[in-house]
Design a protein around this ligand. Structure first.
Ligand code: PGA
Length: 255
């Protein structure tokens, strides 16, 4: 059986001023530098990546990006490429539900971005998850399986070992209502078996799977104790250093 490292990432979304970003990063360093058994990533808005990276220097905590484009350079106004991010970041989030549902990224766009990211040294955090409607119609597994297959079917086994999956049910993101530990565990196990079917059981056993959607200090312990959940992608609670450090602590204890 594989031992997987826990992985906690804070997705700041389109929040923080420059001063707030640097101060938040410094507070996280103070509280979380000691938990070096956990992969810890801060994911600020693009303009704050360099100052946040500087604030994290020497702490073992890395910086990530919230999205990227699928081309390396060219006439794509407003876009940022994986090759630009690679010298700065450890991870890049792809297919976040806000990108899929508000900004119109479909499965094909997510797959193209993933392929481009895998040509660099970055690790993609691929987000998958169903809407409430899809869950109520009994289609949650089918939706998640479609999202996984579309992004991952064409990649190599070696590349698969760099991919992190975040299971984020859309109805739990920013709502204050997290999935129950049972539901999170059930879907994480389904994600693991789907990846096992695509790329073999070593890939399935080894892949880090995060749960995301209203994770906070009060529910982190229970969620991190799920055997197939290896960490969390945290939105709102990652803007509060105390909350975020408490979630990292729960992962260090549970993982
Ligand atoms: P939330 O967001 O923790 O605020 O629900 C999670 C996410 O969007 O990654």
């Amino acid at each position: 059986m594989t031992t997987r490292r826990s992985i906690i990432a804070g997705n700041w979304k389109m929040n923080t001023s420059l001063d707030e970003a640097v101060s938040l990063a410094s507070q996280v360093v103070e509280g979380a530098a000691e938990f070096d058994g956990v992969d810890r990533i801060l994911i600020p808005p693009f303009p704050w990546i360099i100052p946040v990276r500087d604030a994290l220097s020497g702490s073992g905590i890395t910086v990530g990006a919230q999205t990227c484009y699928h081309e390396d350079s060219g006439a794509f106004t407003g876009e940022v490429s994986p090759t630009m991010l690679a010298p700065l970041c450890s991870h890049v989030v792809l297919g976040h539900s806000e990108r899929r549902h508000i900004l119109g990224e479909d499965d094909a766009a997510v797959a193209a971005r993933l392929e481009a990211v895998l040509r660099t040294s970055l690790s993609p955090i691929l987000c998958v998850g169903e809407t409430l409607e899809e869950r109520e119609a009994g289609n949650a597994n089918a939706v998640v399986e479609r999202q996984l297959r579309s992004a991952l079917a064409g990649i190599t086994q070696a590349d698969m070992s760099r991919v992190v999956i975040a299971y984020e049910p859309v109805w739990a993101i920013g709502t204050g209502v997290a999935a129950s530990a049972d539901d999170a565990q059930e879907m994480a196990a389904f994600v693991r078996s789907t990846i096992g079917a695509l790329h073999g059981s070593t890939a399935g056993d080894g892949v880090q799977i995060q749960y995301g959607g209203s994770v906070k200090s009060s529910n982190a312990e229970e969620l991190m104790a799920c055997p197939d959940v290896d960490g969390a992608l945290v939105g709102g609670a990652s803007l509060d250093a105390g909350e975020f450090v408490a979630i990292i602590r729960a992962a260090a204890a549970g993982g």
